[in-house]
Write a protein that binds this ligand. Structure first.
Ligand SMILES: [Zn+2]
Length: 317
């Protein structure tokens, strides 16, 4: 088992679907347990994506907190029903324990701090409910800070700094993907632990605000963090709708050159992206690794596929 993927939206896709109809074990999505097994998965970060409107309201009259709970219930149910194949990671040693038992591992994350709703005690509540990574924002402003594309002075708000400190203390990974540039620098300057950009590529190769500048890549590497290579075609090549492995390689090489080989990982964004994929779904992970071997040494490929992410995990949770 060798792949660690820092981001997928599979749980959001499965939420609301009745158990037995389609679940995490086998489905039509990019990620299911059978595909993960075939693809040699070690650890998958499962995001709870909080679908809201720009003004921070949930959909269908639900609050962001209710959406969080609904998706978390789905995640918990899938863990229970698939305990023979998958087990959660709450601390680093869980991963080793699961591996020894021949099981794949799952780590719970929340994409968007909007359900915290300005209440710092909810960080501890999320932690107690198994969340080990929080993405500060999605593409809208929330009580923590401002999203990518915001003007230069809009970074973390005072509550965002408070949440960062609480996450550092509790043992949760801070994630700057989707955050504004100023917010990135706020986290880089204040985090006491390594942090991640769970699913972001190089802006110099694909100029979208969701990607990282050379300076950000450098700072992330210096802090001991990791950027997860995002498989979305439009974060690899401007305007593209098809994801090619050669473009993943170009970004991986560039990111390793700027951030260092210890700062590159995988952040597929599976089941959150609409692009057609040359490698189809999770079963294509070994194809990507094989291609990585054409530009990196075997030791470097191991760092990208799992070692770098595991190092951050060990340092943070
Ligand atoms: Zn995302």
């Amino acid at each position: 088992m060798r792949f660690v993927d820092l981001h997928c939206d599979t749980i959001g896709c499965l939420t609301g679907i009745e158990s037995g109809e389609a679940g995490l074990r086998a489905n039509h999505l990019h990620v299911d347990l059978e595909k993960m097994k075939k693809g040699d998965a070690l650890l998958q970060f499962f995001a709870l994506y909080i679908r809201t409107t720009a003004d921070g309201r949930g959909y269908d009259g639900r609050s962001p907190y209710e959406i969080f709970e609904e998706e978390r219930t789905c995640y918990e149910r899938e863990l229970r029903e698939n305990a023979d194949m998958l087990a959660p990671v709450l601390c680093y040693s869980d991963l080793l324990k699961n591996q020894a038992a021949g099981k794949m591992s799952a780590l719970l994350t929340v994409e968007d701090g909007v359900p915290l709703d300005g209440k710092v005690e909810r960080v501890k509540e999320f932690y107690d409910k198994g969340v080990r990574l929080l993405t500060f924002t999605w593409n809208y402003e929330n009580s923590l800070g401002y999203p990518n594309g915001s003007s230069d002075e809009k970074g973390l708000k005072p509550f965002g700094f408070q949440v960062l400190e609480e996450m550092n203390n509790l043992g949760m990974i801070a994630d700057v993907s989707h955050l504004s540039d100023r917010g990135f620098w706020d986290v880089a300057g204040h985090s006491k632990k390594p942090f991640v950009a769970s699913h972001s590529n190089a802006r110099a190769l694909c100029d979208v605000p969701r990607n990282l500048t050379d300076e950000m890549l450098r700072a992330l590497g210096e802090k001991g963090g990791v950027a997860g290579l995002n498989f979305a075609s439009f974060f690899l090549v401007p305007g593209s709708s098809h994801t090619k492995i050669s473009d993943l390689l170009r970004h991986a090489k560039y990111m390793a050159d700027k951030a260092g080989i210890d700062a590159v990982g995988l952040g597929s964004d599976f089941d959150g992206i609409r692009s057609t994929l040359e490698f189809k779904d999770y079963t294509g992970m070994p194809m990507i690794a094989e291609a990585l071997h054409t530009v990196f040494t075997a030791a470097e490929v191991d760092k990208i596929t799992h070692e770098n992410a595991l190092r951050v995990l060990q340092a943070c949770i």
